[in-house]
Design a binder for this molecule. Structure first.
Ligand code: FRU
Length: 501
């Protein structure tokens, strides 16, 4: 049964979504059918296809009562739009269907697990959110909310756990058929915790343990967790609110944290050994992962940050987009990421130059464009190391987005001050990269409204949205001191015309 609220959302998106021309959207990054998008939800494989749901408010370009939008894909790059999957239409989710996950049931149906939010009164009579975990079951297009909802509520929390902040269940099914979910919660000290639950059938859930706790060290509330094995280790992701800045590792506000450690399911649980940011750019939040059939752990995230959502272009009929899906690995105890290899299938015309001396600002034949995959390697000439190196993309007389590398500091800086966003929001971010004796490799994925940089084969990644007009296609290179550069650029082409034989 499709509720009135869901029917209304579906009619609205079907009527107004097509008004947005594809030229006003990214060439391949996922966007909402219309209106607002935040977190990826239910990023998973169902009947052999990739499904990506998302936090969705179709009726405006601002956050509002949360629905689940829906996309699917055969290759993680080109997404097909499906009708909205969930709307807030029950008592227990009247204030929103918040983030969650998805898994395939043995009988072939798809299970969605999400946070139902309703408003209620606390012991002081104050109106506040009450968050519980709920289910919906469907066929990949239409979903029925489970009659036993909610399946996890305040009674399932460890002592002192908050019913106001209990959300974002990421669900998966292990090969032995057991379902697990990780959810964010707030403990009695006000700081975050990640809780693990299990279920034999996906419907009846029991608390297993607290996987890790914030203890007011990395932010406060821990949102949007994910938990998975990777290269012999276990990785716990979370997106904390209210972080304090720590050097160049963590910036203030909403951030992302990757905890790498070991997991003993029958013993001590998760023991974290290292903590790092997931993405060092300006726009990245709430990542979720899936395991592909060929064994790759792939992550996608909301390419946006809550701090900058006020900085919208005008007009703006869609707002919010996802990152390029990224393959993850752990190398030397750190998270490494690179764009999914499927992107390479869309490489079109190639331009390449080797051993180019750079000192002043130069342009190179064939190196320009706005939708491309470009790798730049820079090294010193002889013993003398250049002081800095700059790449400018999405450039014309007024605009530029700059990536700067300083080998003496080992820092990379992303600067989108002049990238078409007429709002005084944060525009620059710096982070450490391996100084590598002045040699650095930067892979840049540029789409119409974003830039993702992968440093030294994905040791660091940094993402930012830009709104520079599409005519700004120039790319230039400049060095402070002599440097040698190799550059290889492919246009990314999505209409089938660009592929090389
Ligand atoms: C994170 C988040 C989630 C919540 C959702 C609501 O961006 O705050 O914790 O489920 O957004 O849209």
């Amino acid at each position: 049964m499709i509720s009135e609220a869901l029917q209304r959302a579906r009619e609205f998106e079907a009527q107004y979504g097509p008004h947005i021309p594809s030229s006003e959207r990214p060439a391949f990054h996922a966007t909402p059918t219309i209106g607002w998008m935040n977190d990826p939800n239910g990023f998973s494989i169902y009947r052999g296809e990739y499904h990506l749901f998302y936090q969705y408010h179709p009726y405006s370009n601002e956050w509002g009562p949360m629905h689940w939008g829906h996309l699917k894909s055969r290759d993680l790059i080109l997404w097909e739009r499906l009708p909205a999957a969930l709307a807030p239409d029950q008592d227990y989710d009247a204030a929103g269907c918040f983030s969650g996950g998805a898994a395939e049931l043995p009988d072939g149906r798809q299970l969605l697990m999400y946070t139902g939010v309703r408003r209620g009164h606390n012991a002081d009579g104050f109106l506040q959110d009450i968050q519980t975990q709920c289910l919906a079951v469907g066929d990949g297009v239409n979903y029925e909310k489970w009659k036993g909802n909610p399946v996890l509520d305040g009674a399932d929390l460890p002592k002192g756990g908050s019913t106001v902040d209990f959300r974002d269940p990421k669900v998966w099914r292990e090969p032995d058929g057991t379902y697990y979910t990780v959810a964010g919660n707030r403990t009695a000290d006000g700081s975050g915790a990640i809780l693990l639950y299990q279920s034999a059938d996906g419907f009846a859930w029991e608390f297993v343990r607290t996987l890790d706790r914030c203890r007011n060290q990395y932010g406060r509330m821990w949102e949007c967790p994910d938990f998975f094995p990777l290269d012999g280790r276990h990785v716990l992701f979370t997106s904390p609110q209210e972080m304090n800045p720590v050097g160049l590792e963590f910036h203030a506000g909403n951030g992302t944290v990757c905890l790498i450690g070991d997991y003993a399911p029958d013993g001590a649980g998760f023991s974290r050994q290292s903590v790092q940011a997931i993405d060092y750019g300006l726009d990245f939040y709430a990542p979720q992962t899936l395991l592909t059939e060929d064994g790759r752990r792939v992550m996608i995230a909301w390419m946006q940050n809550w701090a900058t959502v006020g900085g919208k272009p005008n007009p703006c009929r869609w707002f919010g987009q996802m990152t390029t899906p990224r393959e993850l690995s752990v190398k030397d105890g750190r998270l490494v990421q690179s764009p999914v290899r499927e992107l390479e299938r869309y490489r079109g015309r190639r331009a390449a130059h080797r051993n180019i001396p750079v000192c002043g600002e130069i342009n190179l034949p064939g190196i320009q464009g706005r939708v491309l995959d470009m790798t730049v390697t820079v090294r010193p000439i002889g013993n003398e190391t250049y002081r800095w190196f700059r790449i400018r993309v999405a450039k014309d007389g007024e605009h530029e987005t700059i990536i700067r590398y300083r080998p003496d500091q080992g820092t990379v800086k992303l600067d989108r001050t002049r990238s078409g966003l007429p709002h005084d929001v944060v525009h620059t971010r710096s982070f450490f990269a391996d100084p590598g004796n002045g040699t650095i490799k930067l892979r840049i994925i540029l789409d119409r409204f974003s830039l993702e940089v992968f440093v030294n084969d994905g040791e660091q990644a940094a993402s930012a949205v830009i709104y520079t007009r599409q005519e700004a296609v120039a790319i230039s290179f400049e060095a402070g001191g002599p440097a040698l550069m190799d550059v290889e650029k492919y246009d990314l082409v999505f209409d089938g015309t660009g592929r090389e034989a």
